[in-house]
Design a protein around this ligand. Structure first.
Ligand SMILES: NC(=O)c1ccc[n+]([C@@H]2O[C@H](COP(=O)([O-])OP(=O)(O)OC[C@H]3O[C@@H](n4cnc5c(N)ncnc54)[C@H](OP(=O)(O)O)[C@@H]3O)[C@@H](O)[C@H]2O)c1
Length: 285
């Protein structure tokens, strides 16, 4: 892990490489580690210096819930640990183990219940960062005003420290910034999915963290011949190159790779120290 830090919301310093807890639950599909491994991964992440963990109360399948695992592994939390959750719109479907219906959606009641559910399951009085999660399939152009005002009121009640937005367009980010200070934007982005290039730069200019989900490709990890060659040159793996590329792309990018593997976790954290050459970065541009 490199020593570089980003001050989330201006006052929560986090390392550049964080951790996403979704994979620990197998939500919405795919395999997951057994409980002991999941707890070990979370504890090892913190031991390795990770202090930014992304979660949600709807990361849950068959009774295995990310927030419960985080609490079991790490509570009482280290002082510098930054927990980031999300509430709002959700992908729905018959195979998806969703949080109870009253704890989701963009209505004032759904958002409040979602925040309260996260407070309870994480065992905290205040959540460091809550992302308002908007569109489910790509960006939609719905206004963020009403749901963000609801979260702002919850922040003013002391239940939330900072607000972020997720699955949003540049226009929605601009609108959000007229309503509340925005600590972070969480969207899909990686070396092979670059639609958000202009938004990454706009966030950097505004001092807003850009947190790419699927940083190593999500359900389909990125592969490319030119990345194989770069990885071989550094005695690294392609996911490590993908993470190193993100770190080099802009100082406000804070990847949250998810893994249920202790070995992959160690690799992902080590990618924080991997420096690609200018020529390598140019070849991936
Ligand atoms: N806001 C949103 O709408 C949204 C959507 C999706 C995700 N997220 C958040 O973003 C986080 C990251 O996304 P993600 O976990 O889906 O995608 P990801 O980090 O790009 O990829 C995770 C997948 O890559 C594998 N992997 C991770 N590190 C690896 C390595 N070093 N070598 C080989 N394989 C590796 C993992 O399998 P192994 O377990 O085998 O390592 C897992 O299958 C999630 O955990 C979640 O917190 C947010």
């Amino acid at each position: 892990m490199s020593d570089a830090r980003w001050a989330m919301g201006g006052d929560l310093p986090v390392g550049r490489i964080g951790y996403g807890a979704m994979k620990l639950t197998g939500w919405p599909r795919g395999d997951r580690p057994d409980r002991d491994t999941a707890l070990a991964v979370l504890r090892r992440a913190v031991e390795l210096g990770v202090n930014h963990i992304d979660t949600s109360n709807y990361y849950a399948r068959d009774g295995v819930a990310a927030n419960e695992l985080i609490r079991a592994a790490l509570h009482p939390y280290p002082d510098d640990l930054v927990l980031v959750t999300k509430v709002g719109a959700l992908v729905e479907g018959p195979d998806i183990g969703l949080a109870p219906s009253e704890q989701r959606g963009l209505t004032p009641d759904g958002l409040r219940r979602g925040v309260e559910a996260n407070l309870r399951s994480l065992g905290v009085d205040r959540i460091d960062v809550v992302n308002l999660r908007m569109g489910d399939r790509g960006h939609t152009d719905a206004s963020v005003a009403e749901p963000l005002e609801t979260l702002l009121a919850l922040r003013d009640e002391g239940l939330i420290r900072h607000l972020g937005v997720s699955n949003v367009s540049a226009e929605q980010v601009a609108e959000a910034r007229t309503i509340a200070p925005i600590a972070c934007v969480q969207n899909m982005y990686n070396v092979a999915a670059r639609d958000d290039d202009p938004l990454v730069d706009a966030c950097a200019e505004a001092g807003i963290a850009y947190v790419p989900f699927f940083p190593v490709g999500g359900f389909r990890p990125v592969t490319a011949e030119r990345m194989d060659a770069i990885a071989a040159r550094h005695d690294a793996t392609v996911p490590q190159v993908a993470l190193a590329w993100l770190l080099a792309r802009s100082p406000n990018i804070l990847p949250i790779p998810g893994t249920g593997s202790l070995a992959h976790l160690a690799e992902n954290v080590a990618a924080g120290g991997l420096r690609l050459t200018d020529a390598e970065l140019a070849s991936l541009a």
